[in-house]
Each structure stands twice: as C-alpha cells, then as structure tokens.
Design a protein around this ligand. Structure first.
Ligand code: AMP
Ligand code: MG
Length: 283
C-alpha cells in the first residue's frame, strides 16, 4: 500500500481510538504553510484523475469512487466537502447527506436510502454520514434492539463487498477529534452569530455520550474494515491537517485506480476531414 494511506489505515485487531492522537501528524506537512503548498499539487491531481474517471464512465467504464465521511459533530465533514471535494469538478461529484431517517426511510431496511445514493459509473460519491449511523447513534441511543444492530456489521460488510465487486472503490474516513476541540468548536458556533445556524441543541446530547460513541466507532472500524472497504482514521483537531490527509488519501486511491480516457467511438481522421470541409467549403 502506498505511503499515506498506510499511515492512516485503522490498525488490525482491537481498535483503541484513545491511542490515536487527534492532533497527531503521522506523515505529511508539519505546518499550515506546507499544507497549503501540498494542497495545490493535490488539487490538480484530484481534478485530473476525477475528469479521467468521468470520461472513463462516459466511455462505458463501470468504476466509481465512494468517499464515506463519519465523525462526531464539528469534526469537519462539511469542511472536507468544501475544501477537498470542492477541488474537483462538481459535475462529476454526488454528495449525499444522511440525516435522521424520515418515516418513509424508517419503514425500509436501513440500507434502502443508502443504495439509492451509490455513485454511478464515472462519478465520485461523497457520503456526509452514512449507513454507519445505523451502528453509531442507533447503537448508542438504543434505537433498535441489540440483536438488530449487532447483525448490521455483517450486513454492512456484505453490502460494501458487493459494491466493491460491482466497481465501486470505497474509501472511509473517520474524522477523529478530541472532546476539548469539539467544546471549542461548539462554543464558537454559539458565540459567532454567523455560525449559530450550524448548532443543534441535540449536539450536546451526543457530546454527553462521548465514551459510548468512541466505543461504537471503535466497533464499526474494527468490524467493517477490509481491503475492499478500508477505514482511515484522520487526526482532525487541526483543520489544515485533516484536509490535507483526506485529499492525500483520495489522490492516492485515484492514482491506484488509474482511470483511462476511453478511445473515441468514431474515426478521428474522418471527423477531422469533415470538420475542415465544413469550415472551408472551397478547399
Ligand atoms: P447533521 O449531520 O449535523 O446535520 O446531523 C444529522 C443528524 O442525523 C445526526 O444527529 C445523526 O446522528 C442523525 N442521523 C443520521 N442518520 C441516522 C440514523 N440512521 N438514525 C438516527 N439518526 C441518524
Ligand atoms: Mg450537526
């Protein structure tokens, strides 16, 4: 595995999130200025690869990429979407945000609403929260009986393996923040009138259950990490590091996918001649 992803891949065996420093910088830029420089190079790589993947899809390719973003409130899922996903052409990107299920969604299997948002060939799909909520908030708040959420880890593994087999490259990032950083960010949301719209009183209910959430995250990471659907833990107390890390993980994945422009389904020389004849009728 290439270098950057290897540094963030969830460790094998029991997952201890407390052992991963949310302010850590295991690889890559050491400061904001270096990260800014790295981001401009990563941005053009992402943009080029994304366009090629899109073209591959137009040409009949079956591959797509799915980025799953999970993390506690304020961990930066929205920030990654604007600063990392925003480096690519929005035409080829599909963003899906998963909120508390509607009554209709609740009447279906938990993967029903997820399946509808799986990126089509050539596209890059981004999940802002995901099917993992069904083993996170649902587990912590006991929204379904334990035997139901316990069975979901295997269902998720099977679902993701099926997607991978159908050509969906899966990248899952857990944005790992400390409770201290979350307190600061929540305070900023309350104190800054321009950030108040992001605050939700329910965020404090989740914050109050921090240890239960960390336990639920650890279980999801451990039980649903696989080579076809790897989990990465991204230290996210520093926004610039978080953005760089997700961009680098994505870029490396796209490099490995190495999408290719499709061959034209027309004869280039013939079309050239036709165009020139139409353009200069006398010649
Ligand atoms: P936000 O992403 O901050 O807009 O908040 C979305 C809210 O929806 C969070 O509190 C999630 O925990 C909640 N949510 C998302 N998916 C589910 C689910 N499957 N069951 C219950 N709550 C969910
Ligand atoms: Mg929120």
């Amino acid at each position: 595995m290439a270098s950057v992803r290897g540094r963030f891949r969830v460790p094998q065996g029991p997952v201890d999130l407390a052992a991963i420093d949310p302010r850590g910088r295991p690889t890559g830029p050491k400061d904001k200025a270096a990260a800014a420089k790295a981001m401009s190079e990563l941005g053009s790589r992402l943009d080029t690869r994304q366009e090629t993947l899109f073209a591959e899809g137009v040409g009949g390719g079956t591959r797509s990429l799915l980025l799953v973003l999970q993390g506690m409130d304020t961990s930066g899922k929205g920030g990654v979407i604007s600063h990392v996903v925003g480096l690519m052409n929005p035409q080829g990107v599909r963003i899906a945000s998963f909120k508390k299920p509607t009554p209709e969604e609740r009447s279906h299997h938990f993967l029903w609403r997820i399946r509808k948002q799986v990126p089509e060939p050539g596209r890059i799909g981004v999940f802002d929260r995901s099917h993992y909520e069904d083993v996170l908030v649902v587990r912590v708040d006991g929204l379904v009986p334990e035997d139901v959420w316990q069975a979901r880890y295997a269902e998720i593994r099977e679902f993701e393996a099926g997607l991978a087999a159908a050509g969906v490259r899966i990248v899952k990032c857990m944005l790992h923040i400390s409770p201290e950083e979350q307190a600061e960010r929540l305070l900023a949301r309350l104190d800054d009138p321009q950030k108040r719209w992001k605050y939700n009183p329910g965020d404090l209910d989740a914050r109050a259950k921090w240890p239960a959430y960390q336990e639920a995250y650890a279980a999801a990471l451990q039980q649903c990490d696989s080579d076809v659907a790897p989990w990465y833990v991204v230290p996210s107390d520093r926004k610039w590091y978080r953005n760089w890390a997700v961009a680098a993980i994505l870029a490396e994945t796209l490099d490995e996918m190495a999408p290719v422009f499709p061959p034209p389904d027309y004869d280039v020389a013939t079309e050239r001649t036709r165009l020139l004849r139409l353009t200069n009728p006398g010649s």
